[in-house]
Design a protein around this ligand. Sequence first.
Ligand code: ARG
Ligand code: GLU
Length: 717
Amino acid sequence: MKIVRILLILVVLPAFAQQGGMWIPSLLKGPNETEMKALGMKISADDIYSVNTSSLKDAVPHFDGGCTAEMISPKGLLLTNHHCGYDNIQSHSTVEHDYLTDGFWAYKMSEELPNKDLTVTFIIKIEDVTSKIFEGVNNLSTEVEKQKKIQLNIAAVGKSFPKEAWQEAMIRAFYDGNQYLLFVTETFKDVRLVGAPPSSIGKFGSDTDNWVWPRHTGDFSLFRIYADKNNRPADYSIDNVPYQPKHFFPISAKGIQENDFTMVMGYPGRTQEYLPSFAVEQIVNDLNPAKIEIRDAALKVQDGFMRKDNAIKIQYASKYAGVANYWKKWIGETKGLKKSNAVALKKEFEKKFQERIMKAGKQAEYGSVLADFEKNYTEIRPFAIAKDYFTEVVLRNSEILSFGYRLYQLEQVYNSRGEQAFTDRKNNLIAGFEGLYKDYSAQVDEKVFEQLIDLYTSKSPKQFLPESLNNVNASSLTTGIFGVSKLTNYDGLKNILSGDAKSVVEKLNQDPAYKLVKLIADSYQKNVAPKFDEINLKNIALQRTYMKGIMEFFPNDRIFPDANSTLRVTYGQVKGYKPSDAVVYEPVSYLDGVIEKYIPGDYEFDVPKKLIDLYNAKEYGKYADKNGKMPLAFIATNHTTGGNSGSPALDANGNLIGLNFDRVWEGTMSDIYYSPEICRNIMVDARYILFIIDKFAHANNLIEELTIVYPKSKKSK
Ligand code: ARG
Ligand code: GLU
């Protein structure tokens, strides 16, 4: 029976069909397990997810809410990306002890560095609670009432679900709200930095190589989880002990080959695979271009300063990387969507959808979904563009405006909740601002502001622009603000925030930066947000109906729920690709490529002398491949997205073969439309990680903690 099914899949589906998708680990039995085995997997769905015995999921926690990590030793040693640990590495760095530049290695546990606010969360169990969440919902008439009831049910079910005192329960919507799953979790709060290579390895190629294949970045860092004496989560304490995970990954030094089975587990953040064509059109033509232009301007200014001034480089490195990351992703995504004709393909699918509704006689339920989408996306367009301008200019890229916006919210807290709430929020802000100003340069921000306010006033939809900003001169506005505002330094801010609510609010409203934020934010909240939210809510409801229809009318398609920062499994094969006509990319890169890209002294492509020496001496220990070369990174057809950074890449036996950290540029559209021909995830080869820890850092203490699986020929050496 099983064999017949596997054969059927192999025969019936075209070569690439069994690819793509981010699957729920507790629901792999059935078609997924069959496909995975057909692709070469040797373990079972129960080995990946099980509640009663330890399984792979016990080794894959969410790292700091944004990235993924994996346990690689019985003593709580955790592997994630360099760029995931970046903020923590940076926070321990100064011009004198620059761990970003020089790397950091703890040669004993007592040298490991604690990190305030860094958390790591494990999944204990996953339960389908859909029917409980929908109780009493369907007899309500409006969408607003339904959503309210759903939220109430979520809170109630989460609260009453049986769990231990140190555990939490969270509930997330799947398939656009057609299914709800509950996750019991454990969150550890004492997580210490153990090791990070220098940025010239961990961030080699930096933004020029970001999202690019071929790639040569050793993007990894090491942390350790500490627990109390009962192996449970605890706040930082010197008395805490290394956490003993229920499972940790053996690391394979056996290497990979094209077409090998690979699987990636992790916490993908957000995808939108089932958007209608109208939405995709808007992303391609309006939203991405606007966001790209704004970030382009901000990044050029920051880059200019960072290249000239090392202190500014340290201050802005992390912020810059974050902004540059999505700037570049959106460029690739836009190109990929165009090149793959995603909009036309969606339209074709929509035609089929419409036909199947008719055939099934379900016009009443689904007949107007697509027409309503079209109407709503047309209507929401200017509001959506204005929202992106507001987010990118005010909240994200001009620091003085984003500071001002926090203060604007403070004034709102006073107006709505009074003096005590105001004082609490104010004290929080004063504490939080200290770190922000540590990494703030008014000189840089002034130039960024000038560029962005110019774009904002000239290109954001005119009908929502406050009157006084029409035809404003960006350069005199800039001087007027940066010459006078107190928000350009921490002392000035503290000065404004001293005193009771009334006097603070008074001072705020005399500050020119604050006044500008208030002008823009008031207008946004009055003219843009309400209408945007109104139409958006309709689209959310439509999307849920559309998703339900897709599942009903295309039962044989490989339909997976969009990413929502919950644990998923994706699988595929190691594979090269053809990015463009007459170009073919191989699936594996080598250390040789680092030497080819080497530019002495360059801030992206410098190489540590020690690595060059190791390369010249071919001192690769047991980690070289069978041709004596040092493998560095590889690509495969796993369907990943932001949040999958730091995810373990596993072989057919569930051993660690790599560490996910990126996707190829031509395939970044996979968040919206996955194509097996050009969508690839990028992983650092586990052998390169071992080589750096062992031969570059000489951290034998760490190598000894690991379980390394060697190829037969090397075992005896
Ligand atoms: N593109 C990868 C991700 O989305 C790596 C980002 C960090 N590196 C960088 N140069 N910004 O997170
Ligand atoms: N670098 C991404 C992250 O931080 C992963 C790459 C992607 O978006 O696929 O999660």
